[in-house]
Each structure stands twice: as C-alpha cells, then as structure tokens.
Design a binder for this molecule. Structure first.
Ligand code: MN
Ligand code: MN
Length: 459
C-alpha cells in the first residue's frame, strides 16, 4: 500500500504551525552544533517551561508531585528530562530517545603543525563521513578547552558574519588525474583531513614562525597554550546557518539534522505536553555515531541512574521498582530514516522506503546482514502505536533503510530495549544523511512533532 503525501491534507492552520516549528528548529540547529551546545539550548528552553535541575531537588530535599518537571545532565553532553504523570512512575514511562552528536572532524590532542608556510590543525573524523565531502567547504570550530586550573574556555569560530572560516583544501583539478582514478573512500585520505588555520609568520622568528604566530593569536584571543589541546574537545563542523531549502521553502537544509531533527521535534512535543497520564521522559544522548559508547552514550548507566534518583526523590526507590519502571515503559527511539532519493533509486526497495513528505517513519527493525544488531519491535506494540497515531491524525509511514544487504545502520533502540521495554525506531526521513548539508521536509518534521506529542499523551 502507498501512503499519502501529507502536504495535500494541510489546512492554513497546519501550515502556520509547521512554519513556526521549523523556525524554532532552525534556531535550535544554529545554537546546537555540538552535543554540549544542544544540552545548553535544551536546558534554556526547558527552564522557560518551568523545569528544574533534579540535582537541586536532591540537594535541597524537595519533593515532587504529578505535573512537576525536572532535568538531569550528564557531563554536559547528555540530558534526560521528566514530566511527572498522574500514574505512579512504576507503571512505566513514555520515553522518546534521540541523539545529539553528529558526524564531524575532531581536532587531535596534539594537532598544531606548520607546513609550506601555513599552519594546520590535525583532525580525526568522528562517525561515518565521506571524507571527500569535507574539503573546500566553509568550516567552523566549536568546542571547549579545559584548563588545568579547572576553568573552561568555550570556543566558536566561523559562525558570525565577521568571523573567519576554516577550510580543508583539495588538490587542483589540473593535477588530479591520479586522484580521480581512486575509489571514493580513497579520494581524500582520512589522515589528510587537516584544517588550514593560518599563514602568517611571527615577525623576527626563525624557527616555526607560522606555528608560533598562531599560538600567539590563540593566547591573545582565548588565553590558551599549545599544551591545552591535550584537554580540549574541539569539533570541526560545516560553518553557517540552517536554511530553508527549495524555491517553495518546503524543506530545511543544514548540517547535523541526524539526529537533531528528532531531538528538536521530540523536545518541542515534550514541552508542549505538560499534562500526561504516564510520566513522559525525553532522552538526548551523545556518542550514538560511534556506537553509543562512553559515559555519555546510551550504553552508559546514566539513564538508569537518573531514574533511580527520581524514584528515590519520590520515596519509591528499590531495585525492583527501577526494573518495573523501566520494563513497563514504552519507547520511541527517534532517529532519522534514509529518505528515498530518486537520483539513487537503485539502493532502495521502493515499497519499503521512507518518502519525503509522507510523514514520520516507523522502522520495525534496522541492522544489516539479516537484521543483525537490530531491535526488532513487537507487532503488538506497533499495533498500539497505529491506534495512537491514527487517533491524532498523524501522517506516518513504514520503512527500512534500503534494499536487503545493500548496507545498514543502527540506532540506540537495541540498547534501550535491554531493559525489556517496548521499543521501536521512529523518526524523520532525510536526504544526504551524514553529509555536511542534510535535507529534511518541514512536513515530516511537523508530523514527527504531532506523533511524538500523541505518544507522550497516550493513555
Ligand atoms: Mn542517527
Ligand atoms: Mn547517524
């Protein structure tokens, strides 16, 4: 069966709501190019809606009741938010989890060098990228430098109109005969993803004058020394703002929409659903693009710890209650789906593809080579979700990532399913996933928002 394009169904009111949502989304993208920035922006929006820090609740021994709203941050890179429902927490939560890290190039821990009378920062890519997509485009550097004295220097270079941008160069076409014969993965060697950051020497210096000049600039502008790169997290990302895309402005083009499109649409739905029967929980995690590892990734105990703390504040803490709360929960693992691209139609199964403009996508399973490593959602859960989505008039579709054995991918779904919860992948279809300029339909973002809101409010 074919799903209808949702644009055809929109009223004037829908179009207005859709435009409002996409404006908020673009602002979120512009202020959230790293996981840390996304956490900061999320807290800012949550506070405006009356959320308080669960750590303050614990410290000040406050009590919580239905309708109260709290957030809990992990290492400034992951965050979980709760809106307490009418029902006891142990009856389970309605959880939406997405990730706020995106593929990029990280600056190495000993990055600075000079060559050919220029200065470079050596990079190490993070997540799955086509290396050739990152050369000769405007780049920005976002991140933190943690100093020995405990202070943190926040850095954003390349976003303001007056800012300089950074760039990774490519060989001129005139000398590229050999390069053009290489396979895609070899065209730009990953070790050559080094960012050009300077070309002026320090006057009066004989040795390493170019590097020394750059260090002098860094010292003056940011009070950092070469050694401080040791304890820095600096991310090289495409520079510039999220933009409307298409002559009809029906889409958004931006870096980092995997998975901030799901993070933002679920956050907006979460903030707009203040009264819920079941406690609603929004989870924004880090490190999905490198396997959900580390203390801030989905595999960490961070989420479980947050639930334990919340149960404790409610006076209901026990090992059994944690297990009950988690296993009785329902989850949407909200991550992007591969939008059908007619220019590359041969990698898709057209009957089971996610079409731009046909609404939010449910993927019963992901994985590769025979559904390996995927959470294969329960039919019964999907049936319940159909009911919830239909009642709220949400446009939705079912899809898998591509043709069988052509490729594959994963999400946080199988990790969160370890608690014995009902989980299914549900997100926005995008084009050019993992590229410096991903594209999403405003209609799909709107349907995701509507679907997420219906899910939080479901009884
Ligand atoms: Mn993703
Ligand atoms: Mn991804």
């Amino acid at each position: 069966m074919e799903r209808e394009n949702v644009w055809k169904l929109y009223s004037e009111e829908d179009l207005k709501a859709l435009t409002n949502l996409s404006e908020g989304y673009k602002d979120f993208l512009n202020h959230g190019k790293t996981e840390r920035e996304c956490v900061k922006k999320t807290v800012e929006l949550a506070k405006k809606h009356g959320f308080i820090d669960l750590k303050d609740v614990i410290e000040q021994q406050l009590t919580l009741k239905a309708g109260d709203k709290v957030y809990y941050i992990g290492m400034d890179k992951t965050i979980v938010l709760f809106t307490l429902g009418q029902k006891p927490l142990t009856e389970g939560m309605h959880i939406i989890g997405s990730h706020i890290d995106s593929p990029r190039i990280d600056v190495k821990q000993n990055p600075l060098y000079e060559a050919g009378d220029m200065t470079y920062l050596d990079g190490h890519y993070y997540g799955g990228i086509k290396t050739y997509q990152y050369v000769t485009i405007p780049l920005a550097m976002h991140g933190v430098v943690a100093k020995k004295d405990g202070s943190i220097v926040n850095i954003v270079i390349g976003e303001d109109e007056d800012d300089p941008i950074l760039v990774i160069t490519d060989i001129l076409i005139h000398l590229a005969a050999k390069q053009m014969e290489k396979t895609g993965s070899e065209i730009v060697d990953a070790e050559d993803l080094d960012v050009l950051v300077g070309s002026q020497p320090l006057k009066g210096e004989e040795k390493e004058a170019f590097k020394k000049n750059l260090l002098a600039v860094l010292k003056e502008k940011y009070q950092i020394e070469e050694e401080d790169f040791f304890s820095a997290e600096l991310e090289i990302v495409p520079a510039g703002k999220a933009r409307d895309c298409g002559i009809d402005r029906s889409m958004v083009a931006s870096y980092g929409q995997d998975d901030r499109v799901c993070a933002y649409s679920s956050l907006a739905a979460f903030l707009d659903a203040p009264e819920v029967a079941y406690t609603s929980c929004l989870l924004l995690v880090d490190k999905e693009e490198i396997g959900s590892v580390g203390a801030t990734g989905m595999q960490s105990r961070f989420f479980e710890n947050a639930v334990a703390e919340l149960l404790n504040v409610l006076g209901e803490y026990s090992e059994l209650n944690i297990r009950r709360t988690l296993s009785r929960s329902k989850v949407l693992s909200s991550d992007v789906a591969a939008g059908f691209d007619p220019l590359y139609a041969n990698v898709f199964d057209t009957k089971n593809s996610a079409y731009i403009g046909r609404g939010v996508v449910f993927s019963k399973f992901t994985g590769a080579r025979g559904k390996r490593s995927s959470n294969d959602a329960n039919a019964e859960y999907l049936a319940w979700l159909r009911q919830v989505m239909d009642e709220a008039n949400v446009g939705y579709q079912s899809a898998e990532i591509g043709k069988v054995n052509v490729g594959g991918g994963g999400t946080i779904a199988f990790i969160i399913a370890l608690y014995g919860m009902e989980v299914v992948d549900c997100g926005v279809p995008i084009l050019s996933m993992h590229s410096p300029l991903e594209v999403a339909s405003k209609a799909d973002i709107y349907e995701a928002y509507k679907g997420y809101k219906a899910f939080f409010k479901a009884k």
